[in-house]
Design a protein. Sequence first.
Length: 233
Amino acid sequence: MNSDEMKEKAAQKAMDYVLDGMKLGLGTGSTAAKFVDLVGAAVADGLSVICVPTSVATRDQAAALNIPLTTLDETPHLDLTVDGADELDEQLRLVKGGGGALLREKIVATSSDKMVVIADDSKLVETLGAFPLPIEVVQFGLKSSLMMMNAMASRVGCSGDIKHRMLEDGTPFITDNGNFILDCHFGRIEKPEALSGAFAQVPGVVENGLFLAIADVAIIAGEEGITTLELGA
């Protein structure tokens, strides 16, 4: 079973959590896209849900599948969000934002009663940080924010390059919110909570890609089948 097939299996299992009449948050990324496709198929078969997408890309995908959509302004409380992760550990701490949607993903997830994470087993790690940690920052004062972020990271034992994310044509990646992304190549994040708190003190930082005490369930697909991790289990 290849990675794509594992993502599909995890997305299929996540459908077990979807009930008729739910208000759903739809994640962003290659694994979340599998789930959105399944929701679209279920809606075509009569499932009644209303969904909040976490990015323009997910909104466009869901709209093409005729999934009923709303916004958090119209529907501020959701029953369930299903999303992927770039990394997760056994405490269900996540690194997200590889696709640049971390701010909306975090807002939607924390507006939900439950967050279910779907991933292939390559995303499960002992220590977060091998995947570069994305940070969404405002465009104004970028160099000042970067300098302060380096100082804050150092205080909590993290070191490594913090790089401005660029597109292939050499222009800056711009989020759906009009902000930049800085990717932190730390290698290891021994104290995620401390790092998240440190970055929250930088005025130019909008949000970081550490999702801590947010995910409730992780569905992880591997060669030997599905493993489910639950918070507190």
